[in-house]
Design a protein around this ligand. Structure first.
Ligand code: CTP
Ligand SMILES: C[C@](O)(CO)[C@H](O)COP(=O)(O)O
Length: 254
């Protein structure tokens, strides 16, 4: 993390306290039938616990707020109690809502005073490395109101015309210059007031929190993401996640 004895850039938030909100209330429809996605196991440990550990691994994060499946709050509290987590970090559990956006807002409602920086991190990205978490926090500390980790695209992307008959091929209308595009991950980091205002003001469907800040007309910046911060969305992602964990065990000598 940043050394607080170094000169700070203008607008820097020195001594800022950071909380992480983890939306974990989704069903995981694309993963297929079973328990809510965040409660499914990776190497025998619920995905949510991996995600909580990933946030708590940052020494800058003093509070983690888990937004649980609405009928799973008690189960999530029991899980947090049952797994080893850093003692320096506090944990809260709140019930989630119908959409990711609503779940994040319910998590933000539970923020106590004294928190200046908020991370929003998908439970579905359980393997994000701590260096990525820290670089997002660092960029917010240095004065950016909103920060997203992102990677360049490996595929060429086509824009298509929608609205054709089901099953019909979709006409391509454009091929955007992929060097200008980024695939965005979490944790996304925010100055607290900025994120609260975005969630108050912006309505309508959005797929991430940074786009709400963009709609306020504020600056959102990108820092390098990480391949291991991928989102567990479809069954093949579980295979990849297990492989990443196996490689980590090997590297750690377990
Ligand atoms: N009502 C919702 C919907 C999603 N999420 C969370 O938002 C993150 C990203 O969502 P996604 O990967 O799309 O998860 P699901 O909504 O569970 O997946 P699906 O769309 O396949 O059902 C996940 O950690 C998920 O638990 C949430 O907290 N509340
Ligand atoms: C927030 C996010 O993970 C950034 O890539 C993504 O937008 C979540 O999308 P989902 O459709 O809710 O999985």
């Amino acid at each position: 993390m940043s050394d607080d004895s170094l000169p700070s850039p203008p607008g820097a938030r020195t001594g800022a306290r950071t909380a992480a909100v983890i939306p974990a209330a989704g069903r995981g429809v694309r993963l297929g039938p079973g328990a809510p996605k965040a409660l499914r196991a990776l190497n025998g440990t619920p995905m949510l616990i991996h995600a909580v550990r990933a946030m708590a691994a940052s020494r800058a994060v003093s509070l983690v707020i888990v937004v649980a499946p609405p009928d799973g709050t008690a189960e999530v509290k029991t899980l947090l109690d049952a797994h080893a987590l850093p003692e320096r970090t506090d944990f809260l559990v709140v019930p989630g809502g119908e959409t990711r956006q609503e779940s994040v807002r319910l998590g933000l409602d539970a923020l106590p005073p004294g928190i200046d920086i908020v991370l929003v991190h998908d439970a579905a990205r359980p393997l994000v490395p701590v260096d990525t978490v820290d670089s997002v926090i660092e960029a917010v500390r240095d004065g950016a109101p909103a920060v997203v980790p992102a990677l360049p695209l490996a595929d060429t992307v086509k824009q298509v015309e929608q609205g054709g008959a089901a099953g019909e091929p979709e006409p391509v209308v454009a091929t955007p210059d992929r060097s200008l595009l980024r695939a965005v991950q979490t944790p996304q980091g925010f100055d607290r007031e900025t994120l609260l205002r975005a969630h108050e003001v912006v309505t309508g469907n959005v797929t991430d929190d940074a786009s709400m800040v963009e709609q306020l007309g504020l600056r959102v910046v990108v820092v390098p993401g990480h391949e291991e911060a991928f989102k567990v969305t479809r069954p093949l992602d579980l295979v990849l996640a297990e492989a990443v964990l196996a490689r980590r065990r090997l590297n750690d000598g377990f």
